[in-house]
Ligand binder design. Structure first.
Ligand code: SF4
Ligand SMILES: [Mg+2]
Length: 456
């Protein structure tokens, strides 16, 4: 940091209000995490906080500017591992990824912690251990101490607790610490963990006044008693210097030329060659049949939009069977950042098959159409009581079932004029080099017919 740069005093949002119950250990842990970050003075763009499900999962909204990713229960460490490997192997951008989860998340996702420790991947896992599942009603977890009363162990737990620090140590984790949420040097230990080049884990022993205190009598004094009774040590337990962090080891282990070739192949950066005059965000729904390239075609729309200088997101849906039933994409295109990837009122809808029509009828997207919605529908389909301007086009007959979606998207782009048609043509030539001319020709013909019928 240069002398001119201002010190960051907090990474928390202005006037932060902690959502946890009064006296909850999570408040301490989050405050000390913030203190650790201010000690390190990392640029916010170089900090990534990955949260789990549970009360502690509310942490995302408390921080400003740093990256945050809220994940599914127990999987936060797996997400963090993937983010870190992508960042350091593909980009080498020095992002520090921090996982924060409860003992419930750590119980459910233990194997992810095990694997991250074995790899010695450069992430920091903060386990906020209050000995039970707080958010769901105070049930015991694998961390619940022997004889502790919880809502599911009314006579006291009859099984011994897991020692997550020992588990991580046995998996060769590089930095492991156990602390109390009330420890005055907690921020220093967290800072050491975050800066450690490899897998680091800090188990913070916490109180949950709502359940741990009410049922198990776990207050600040009892926290320490539990540690003593279980013969556990506090402080930094492991600090290894003999293990190399995974991404640098990985880079050394593979041939440089093949690595560069992999990088080149995986570079999916979309170059902007075109410009669009789109002024407001629009939502486009593309609905068809699985196996008919609906999602690939929607991806072409997304690429064409980004290639025209716009922001775009794509959300896909299909049944677990993958190759049968419906296939659906929701593409949002905007001149500004997009913060929510779902569509409630679609501005444009392309329906290529009965499967797609059934699905968007069932999930409410079709009834969400307004009078301004433009619907491009295969000629074989009949729509009843749907708001909007409906245009029937022989998509399946003209393009064939597995090109109907891409044809529909082409017509949508040409007819709506929201992005330059050249951007679509560029992507079509890349994805369907042999058929590009034919697809573009048919799109041109059908679009003219639509315009003609509208004017008629
Ligand atoms: S239920 Fe327990 S863990 Fe959750 S916020 Fe309240 S005190 Fe904290
Ligand atoms: Mg818990």
């Amino acid at each position: 940091m240069s002398m001119q740069e201002k010190l960051i005093e907090t990474y928390l949002i202005d006037g932060v209000k902690f959502p946890f119950c009064k006296g909850c250990g999570h408040t301490h842990s989050v405050r000390y995490l913030d203190k650790a970050l201010t000690l390190l003075q990392r640029h916010p763009s170089k900090v990534n906080l990955v949260s789990d499900i549970g009360c502690i999962g509310l942490v995302d909204a408390l921080f400003s500017d740093i990256h945050t990713v809220h994940t599914t229960h127990g999987r936060s460490t797996a997400f963090a591992t993937g983010i870190e490997l992508a960042d350091s192997i593909l980009y080498d951008s020095d992002l520090k990824t921090i996982v924060i989860l409860g003992d419930g998340g750590a119980t459910i996702g233990l194997l992810h912690i095990v694997q991250a420790a074995l790899l010695n991947v450069d992430i920091t896992v903060i386990v906020c251990n209050n000995y039970l599942y707080g958010m769901t009603g105070g049930q015991h977890s694998s961390f619940t101490p022997f004889e502790m009363v919880t809502t599911t162990t009314p006579s006291g737990s009859i099984v011994p607790p897991m020692d997550v620090c020992k588990v991580a140590e046995s998996c060769e984790g590089g930095f492991i610490a156990r602390v109390l949420a009330t420890d005055k040097n907690l921020h220093e230990i967290l800072a050491q963990a975050i800066e450690y080049p490899g897998f680091a884990m800090v188990e913070i022993l916490e109180m949950c006044p709502e359940y741990g205190l009410k049922y198990g009598g776990v207050d600040g004094k009892k926290l320490k008693e539990i540690v003593d009774r279980e013969n556990k040590e506090l402080g930094v337990l492991v600090h290894r210097k003999d293990r190399e962090e995974f991404s640098s080891l990985y880079k050394k282990s593979i041939d440089k030329n093949s690595f560069d070739a992999i990088l080149k192949k995986s570079d999916k950066t979309i170059q902007q060659e075109f410009t669009s005059s789109l002024e407001k965000e629009i939502g486009v729904v593309i609905a068809g049949t699985a196996g008919e390239r609906v999602q690939l075609s929607s991806y072409i729309l997304l690429q064409a939009a980004i290639g025209s200088g716009l922001h775009a997101t794509q959300k896909n849906d299909n049944p677990v069977t993958q190759g049968s039933g419906f296939s659906l994409s929701e593409v949002i295109i905007s001149p500004r950042d997009i913060y929510y990837t779902g569509i409630e009122i679609p501005q444009y809808v392309v329906i290529t098959s009965a499967d797609g029509l059934r699905e968007i009828t069932a999930n409410g997207l079709l009834s969400g159409c307004s009078d301004e919605t433009f619907l491009l529908v295969d000629s074989s389909l009949h729509l009843e009581n749907v708001k909007g301007k409906i245009v029937h086009v022989p998509l399946r007959q003209t393009f064939g079932p597995d090109r109907a979606a891409v044809g529909g998207i082409g017509i949508f782009i040409w007819a709506s004029g929201i992005i330059p048609r050249e951007s679509f043509e560029r992507e079509i030539k890349i994805k369907f080099p042999k058929e590009a001319e034919k697809i573009i020709g048919s799109v041109y013909q059908l679009t003219n017919q639509i315009i003609f019928s509208e004017n008629a």
